[in-house]
Design a protein around this ligand. Structure first.
Ligand code: NAP
Length: 299
């Protein structure tokens, strides 16, 4: 049994798996979710329910949050019933959402004024990684806070890297997202080409995924495309949010990212067609639309 009591706010696709793994690792857990019904599976595993983020933080030494976008994190931390209203001096907040690096630095400063530590600890590895406890975690913040958080982070992730001060974790996560969408576009173009050329797509996938062209995206989302299974591990809306964050952060440092700009527009076209809640691998639908044909599995 661990001595640090944990709070977890935001039990969506990612948060629910991470919270369950903290319970399995033996941490006492208090949860809060905006839509209360989503707390039920965690309560059945032994978590306690809080009435607000403030109450969850008040009951915890370390409070995780994993919500959607920058304004959502700001609302959950700084709102009237937010974490800041309940967290005790000496406690620690760990934000696993993907949000703005600049806003993260501001939040860390606001929490520090009250003696509360903060780590930005965005994650990668999809819904599968969250469920299995195998996420990659890129952490920004003080070294002492990182050392304190490590046992809890090890309950939810495998590759856990302290990458620098507050904001650096989010910056590295945005770098991660540049790689993710590049792989998604490459996979989409590759399938479209293979389809147009008349080769068996299952055999083609099997042949290329173990070689130099392999990627997490290809191994996990390639089979989903061939099954035309668009259920989200990560939604198009959230992927688009990340690309907006990438382009804003790149603008601030004058880094040209023509590939990300293109993919941002392709995802925008899918959102305009009402597909924002589908998985990010549905990027291929934007190319299918241009090509005038669909990738169809023959199996
Ligand atoms: P999700 O399934 O849509 O869940 C979002 C969670 O945030 C829900 O619990 C939602 O509450 C809560 N929330 C959103 N806005 C809120 C607000 N204003 N106040 C309070 N709660 C709010 O999203 P997800 O896929 O778990 O992603 C969560 C974060 O992890 C995002 O920043 C995402 O970019 C990042 N991420 C996701 C993945 C992935 O593969 N899915 C991978 C890495 C990182 P309700 O239940 O009430 O809606």
């Amino acid at each position: 049994m661990h001595t640090e009591r944990i709070g977890f706010i935001g039990l969506g696709i990612m948060g629910r798996g991470m919270a369950a793994n903290l319970l399995r690792a033996g941490f006492a857990l208090t949860v809060w979710n905006r839509t209360a019904a989503r707390m039920q599976p965690l309560l059945e595993l032994g978590a306690h329910a809080a009435a607000s983020p403030a109450a969850a933080a008040a009951a915890s030494d370390i409070t995780f949050l994993c919500v959607s976008d920058t304004p959502d994190v700001q609302a959950v931390v700084l709102g009237e019933q937010g974490i800041l209203a309940g967290a005790r001096p000496g406690s620690l907040v760990i934000d696993c959402s993907t949000i703005s690096p600049a806003a993260t630095k501001d939040l860390a400063a606001r929490l520090a004024e009250r003696g509360v530590g903060m780590l930005d600890a965005p994650v990668s590895g999809g819904s599968e990684g969250a469920a299995k406890g195998t996420l990659s975690i890129m952490v920004g913040g003080e070294a002492a806070d990182f050392a304190r958080a490590l046992p809890a982070l090890q309950a939810v992730g495998k590759a856990i890297t302290h990458v620098g001060p507050n904001g650096a974790g989010q910056t590295v996560k945005l770098m991660n997202q540049i790689l993710v969408v590049g792989h998604a576009l490459a996979m989409s173009e590759a399938f479209l080409f293979a389809q147009a050329s008349g080769v068996d797509l299952h055999k083609a996938l099997e042949a290329v995924q173990a070689g130099a062209a392999g990627s997490w995206m290809l191994s996990f989302r390639g089979p989903q495309i061939l099954a035309r299974d668009w259920r989200p591990g990560f939604t198009i809306d959230l992927q688009q949010k990340d690309l907006r964050l990438v382009l804003e952060a790149a603008d601030a440092v004058a880094a040209p990212l023509p590939g990300v700009s293109l993919i941002f527009q392709l995802y925008r076209a899918l959102q305009a067609r009402g597909l924002g809640s589908e998985g990010n691998h549905a990027l291929i639908k934007a190319l299918e639309h241009l090509a005038g044909f669909e990738v169809i599995s023959v199996q």
